[in-house]
Design a protein around this ligand. Structure first.
Ligand code: F6R
Length: 612
């Protein structure tokens, strides 16, 4: 949460910072601001605005030229309401340093009182302003030293980027828990919360680890240990994402673009990892792990939000094909409930951003308890990807829309692939069945294209129902999580209430909602519980409820009962969540657009939840 960016080099800093913030805005959009060192070094040039980056951009007329050092911030408010005063950057008492921050200084109230006793006065309600004052309090002409001293006094977690008046060619940054990546250029360096802000300028990056501090000049990068000051050698990595992937490419919203990218994402996630003989290869799983994976006794799947729904689907996948005890848990529960995890267990962390605070804490806990950890991650080089014992990248490319779509599909595809890989390793799947499933798996990208051909029909249905305030989603088995995901997609971008339920639970409560005003979205592809879904739909129709159904081509009973029917190509049950969720993503998108919602940046949300 919150996007931060910094620049030092030969270019004008302001456009670089603004472009960087454009790419980071999905991390928070309560306010935005920049601070640059003026040409004559006499003062900071600073502008901040409440609201989205567009508000800040509107204030950019007359920016003085030749500012080559600066920092920027786009905020998701934690301490203090969204306002201009609370917007970052924040200055120290004598305005000698400027600071942007992602994270929470947990003991800020204590530090604030201490500084107030020393005569400091604060303009904002933020923990960051306290941090800025504290850093400046320790500042004696060396910002590295001041950061070290100040951070020693702070509890919590942070990524800080700071500049000072007295060090005109230097950019300083340090981190604990929250991400920071350095962009390496020619006579210029960048720092940002994630690589998307760097892509327009460089693909050469250095990931900063926890408790590291970096001092950047146009032609040098110096990384040291935050507390001790010892020098650290860092590796430069190449990013294979490109800047076009992080642009809308003619679509009105990133979310729609990302929905349409899903057939390609499926190809890249799945097809490229299955060889001609049907063997599965994960490029980053070392051979030495095979024995460990053969011996695991239990699998825990830990994740949040949409990624948790992917975990629930994996529960069904692995339960059926790997035949081991499996438990899918949301990260925030896992980390605090003293889970029974230990050596011999595999803990799978699923995350798009690779930075989610609760999932990261769950990973660290699992490692402490000596479990084998596997991260299924989208963002290359993210903290969770780097800290887990094993990593499989989902290869969805940058996902910018706050509501996750293509990353979810990529998670499901990767989890199915990993399920088959494990099942084969552990000999819990017959060769014939494996071959058949791999054959069906290969068809998914084409099938996803088929599903997307129904967009206009989904639009017509959405036009009839966009005014509704309550939606009920029902599914069974593999598609119970699809019901949860469909409801989550709708509520997060349209702000209507939507509830996902296991259809078998309908008679235990939700049936009371059914009348002629209730639209029920029933996910009922061919499966072992198809007939049970049909009975549920009969019960809804008997009470005059409206049914929008998702079924498989040729489902006669469904076509007779449903008021609206959307179809997916025939596929084994294990793959049906991958296809059926696409219709629900499009439906949520259309409802949100018809309600004039901010689809890519829904209120109160941020793409990367780096605070718990
Ligand atoms: C919903 C959504 C969130 C994320 C959740 C986990 O559309 O995007 O629910 O799935 O915040 O984020 P990651 O996957 O980055 O750990």
């Amino acid at each position: 949460m919150c996007g931060i960016v910094g620049y030092v080099g030969e270019r004008e800093a302001v456009p670089v910072l603004i472009k960087g913030l454009e790419h980071l805005e999905y991390r928070g959009y309560d306010s935005a601001g920049i601070a640059c060192l003026s040409h004559d070094r006499s003062k900071f040039f600073m502008i901040k605005e409440k609201g989205k980056l567009a508000e800040l951009k509107a204030q950019l007329n007359g920016v003085p030229p030749q500012m080559r050092l600066g920092i920027g911030h786009t905020r998701w408010a934690t301490h203090g309401e969204p306002s201009k005063i609370n917007a970052h950057p924040h200055l120290g008492r004598d305005s000698r340093i400027a600071l942007v921050h992602n994270g929470i200084v947990e003991n800020y109230a204590e530090l604030k009182s201490e500084l107030e006793r020393k005569g400091h006065r604060f303009k904002s309600k933020t923990d960051t302003e306290v941090a800025a004052h504290l850093i400046e309090y320790y500042y004696r002409g060396d910002l590295c030293e001041a950061l070290r001293k100040a951070v020693r006094r702070m509890k919590g977690f942070f990524a800080f980027v700071a500049i000072s008046h007295d060090e005109p060619n230097r950019l300083f940054a340090c981190k604990r828990s929250n991400p920071l990546v350095i962009g390496v250029g020619h006579n210029e360096h960048f720092v940002a919360s994630d690589v998307s802000a760097l892509l327009p300028y460089t693909k050469r990056v250095i990931y900063l680890d926890d408790d590291e501090l970096v001092e950047l000049t146009p032609d040098s990068v110096r990384v040291t240990q935050l507390q001790k000051g010892t020098k650290i050698q860092k590796k430069v990595s190449e990013i294979n994402w490109n800047v076009e992937q992080a642009q809308k490419g003619g679509f009105p919203h990133f979310m729609l673009k990302e929905i349409y990218e899903q057939p390609r994402v499926l190809s890249e996630t799945i097809l490229e990892r299955i060889d001609d003989k049907g063997n599965i290869h994960f490029e980053l799983l070392p051979k030495s792990t095979v024995k460990k994976l053969q011996k695991i006794k239990k699998i825990h799947i830990v994740s949040c939000g949409t990624a948790y729904h992917a975990g629930l689907v994996a529960n069904y996948m692995m339960g059926k094909y790997v035949r081991l005890p499996i438990e899918a848990t949301v990260s925030s529960e896992f980390r605090y409930e003293d889970p029974i995890v230990g050596p011999g267990d595999l803990v799978v962390l699923i995350t798009q951003s690779g930075e989610t605070a609760d999932t990261l804490a769950a990973l660290r806990l699992a490692k402490e308890k000596k479990a084998l950890t596997l991260a299924i991650v989208n963002v290359v080089g993210s903290t969770i990807a780097r800290e887990a014992d094993l990593v499989i990248y989902t290869q969805a490319g940058p996902e910018i829309g706050v509501a996750s779509t293509k990353a979810y599909i990529a998670q499901l595809g990767t989890l199915a692939l990993f399920t088959f890989y494990l099942a084969r390793l552990r000999k819990t799947i017959a060769s014939q069945e494996y071959r058949e499933l791999i054959g069906e798996f290969r068809k998914l990208p084409k099938s996803a294209e088929q599903v997307l051909k129904q967009v206009d029909d989904i639009d017509r249905c959405a036009r009839k129902h966009f005014h509704r305030k309550n939606f009920l989603y029902l599914g069974r088995g593999y598609n119970y999580p699809t019901a949860l995901e469909g409801a989550l997609k709708l509520k997060e971008i349209s702000y209507a209430h939507a509830h996902g339920y296991a259809a078998g639970e309908m008679k235990h409560g939700p049936i009371a909602l059914i009348d002629e005003e209730q639209l029920v979205i029933c996910i009922a592809p061919q499966s072992k519980t198809y007939d049970k879904m049909i009975s549920n739909i009969e019960e809804i129709k008997a009470r005059n409820g409206l049914v929008m159904a998702i079924g498989t081509y040729g489902s006669k009973a469904l076509s007779k009962l449903a008021d609206y029917l959307f179809l997916i190509p025939n596929t084994p049950e294990i793959f049906s969540p991958i296809l059926s969720v696409i219709t629900l993503q499009v439906f949520a998108y259309k409802i949100a657009v018809l309600n004039h919602r901010d689809v890519d940046q829904p209120r109160n949300l941020a793409k990367s939840v780096t605070v718990e």
